[in-house]
Ligand binder design. Structure first.
Ligand code: ADP
Length: 580
């Protein structure tokens, strides 16, 4: 869709404020062109000594009243139009947010946060200006132009009108050439702003790493280079915009010379009155605005088009995981992976190869294996963060793709290795999915996650702000808060994706014990690099390079003498050394 179709659709949708604005504007333009005519008339009457003092005062009062009316109409129509344009900005931002929140990790892979932020701010601002200011200036400029030219040619003298307009086609050609440059200049400028935004965002998010590695100087140099580039590019766009003004000036002064020369000739030969000549000059000066408006509109539309060229494709992108299922209730039941194979987009090696696994309701299953063996991928597919490629995952014999995403995710509590805490209190972070929970409930799950004592030691206990703006918590504390959050959600399926990696073994055992006690038919999948976390599971699967190589209970696997047995012995030895 082009920017013009977007704007046309939007104007059609908001036809009321736009037509009200148009009507008010028409009033402004008509009053505007009547003024010079009246002034010319008054001058002619004065020259002919036909105007009494009282008449003159009355005529002047009419002029003042017209000026006041123009003032109010201008305020009214601008307010109407801008209200509509800001609405477009809000609509686009909401659409962008919805698109972004529907996308899975496949979409975000290879996209940068700073760039997405720039599109949500700078680019939408540019489109908003195209819908507001550009429409305002375009509408205002063209009606003024039509009326003024009509008054100059039909109302005063067509010969003088045509002569005075001779320089304008040259000006239009100049505008057309300049606006082409402006389009490219803005495209470049918006892209550079995105790059600058990315750099700032990444440096701030990774500020600790930057400092720890002593990269401040290098990062600052890079930032100043990007900032210089962005500034130079914006200046270049502004330079082209600035080129409009002299072109307008040149055209208008040529017109003024023609008017004086040819108009003077006509007055000399009594073919034009002095009053008409005055009116004509006033009309000529009224052309300044439409000319500037034309330049301004062209540049705003070019900027808007460059911005829409960046934003439109993003809005049009289909979600990386389709929400095409229709079922909206799930009975917690047996879960099974059937011959699931998966290759990440852009990769050649499969992350999962022919994985078959089943889980009876209420069971706990442990997934272990070396780093990169596909454990997290197995969970990501169940959460439908990526579309399934081969094989299927079924719940109660129904493929998970047949459920609505919201329904499927609603019955799963997922705790990743690095959970995200929002800028809110500890209690609010725990009660994230159940904000109506009582403090008792929040404390109960915090105890189950063995984090209650830690929270009580915080400066304001459960009311201590955490997240980006709050107190810094250790990785283990964050993980346990996330586990408390998942327990409060009380979903029938709990996925712990190495969610205890930063917790010591003693606390880990305590939490797992609590989990077993509070299980109440909940199915649990525990992914862990530490085997002690899965030793009590009903079933354990060992993954290696995407394939299940061993499976059984802890006892069976230890006896089997494969990867699990050797890893178990190694970790036991490590633990006993730690205790020394
Ligand atoms: P584990 O959880 O066992 O450490 P993962 O499931 O995270 O392993 O990864 C399995 C394989 O898939 C690894 O080889 C990893 O490099 C690759 N992988 C993981 N995430 C992505 C991704 N977003 N894009 C491409 N490859 C990925």
């Amino acid at each position: 869709m082009s920017l013009f179709r977007l704007l046309a659709g939007f104007i059609r949708q908001h036809w009321r404020p736009y037509s009200l604005s148009a009507l008010m504007l028409l009033g402004v333009s008509i009053l505007g062109v009547l003024i010079p005519r009246r002034v010319g008339h008054i001058i002619d009457e004065l020259v002919a000594h036909r105007l009494s003092r009282a008449d003159l005062i009355a005529q002047l009062a009419v002029l003042v009243a017209m000026g006041v009316a123009i003032y109010f109409l201008r305020v009214g129509w601008r307010l109407n139009l801008f209200a509509a344009a800001y609405q477009l900005g809000a609509t686009l931002r909401t659409r962008l947010y919805r698109t972004l929140s529907e996308q899975g990790p496949g979409f975000y892979h290879g996209r940068r946060t700073g760039d997405l932020m720039a599109r949500a701010t700078n680019d939408i601002d540019a489109i908003e200006m195209a819908a507001g200011e550009a429409m305002l200036a375009g509408f205002d400029g063209s009606t003024t132009l039509i009326l003024v030219v009509a008054m100059m040619t039909a109302g005063i003298d067509w010969r003088l009108g045509l002569a005075a307009l001779l320089p304008f086609p040259f000006m239009a050609f100049g505008f057309w050439r300049i606006s082409d440059h402006i389009h490219h200049a803005w495209q470049d400028s918006l892209g550079r702003f995105s790059k600058l935004n990315n750099h700032v965002q990444e440096t701030l998010s990774g500020v600790r790493t930057v400092r720890a590695l002593g990269l401040q100087a290098r990062n600052t140099r890079e930032l100043s280079r990007l900032a210089e580039d962005a500034a130079r590019s914006s200046l270049n766009a502004q330079r082209w915009e600035a080129a409009f003004e002299p072109v307008v000036g040149l055209a208008l002064s040529s017109s003024a010379v023609i008017t004086l020369g040819y108009g003077g000739y006509l007055v000399w030969h009594h073919q034009l009155s002095i009053g008409s000549m005055t009116s004509f000059s006033m009309y000529l000066s009224q052309l300044i605005w439409p000319m500037f408006a034309a330049g301004w509109v062209l540049s705003l539309l070019k900027r808007g088009r460059a911005a829409w060229g960046r934003l439109g494709p993003l809005l049009g992108e289909t979600p990386s995981v389709l929400d095409a299922g229709t079922l909206d209730t799930i009975k917690p039941d047996a879960l099974a992976y059937r011959a699931v194979s998966f290759v990440y987009p852009g990769q050649t090696e499969p992350a999962l190869a022919d994985v078959t696994l089943s889980l009876a309701p209420g069971q706990t299953i442990g997934l272990v294996g070396p780093t990169g063996s596909g454990k997290s991928t197995l969970l990501r597919l169940l959460l439908r963060q990526y579309p399934l490629q081969q094989g299927e995952i079924v719940w109660n014999d129904i493929s998970i793709e047949e459920y609505r995403l919201q329904t499927l995710r609603g019955i799963i509590s997922w705790v990743p290795q690095e959970p995200f805490l929002f800028s809110a209190s500890v209690a609010d972070n725990i009660a994230l999915v159940k904000p109506e929970s009582s403090r008792e409930d929040v404390e109960r799950v915090a105890r189950l996650a063995a984090v209650h004592d830690d929270i009580q030691r915080l400066p304001h206990g459960y009311d201590t702000p955490v997240g980006e703006k709050g107190v810094a918590l250790s990785g283990g504390q964050r993980q346990r808060i996330a586990i408390a959050r998942a327990l409060l959600a009380d979903a029938p399926l709990l996925l712990l994706d190495d969610a205890l990696s930063a917790v010591d073994t003693h606390t880990e055992a305590q939490i797992l014990q609590h989990l077993r006690e509070a299980r109440r038919g909940r199915t649990v999948i525990i992914v862990s690099h530490r085997l002690s976390a899965v030793a009590d599971a009903d079933h354990i699967a060992v993954l290696k390079q995407g394939r299940i190589t061993e499976r059984g209970t802890h006892r069976e696997l230890v006896e089997h003498d494969g990867w699990y047995a050797s890893q178990w012995r190694y970790q036991q030895l490590e633990a006993s050394l730690d205790e020394l």
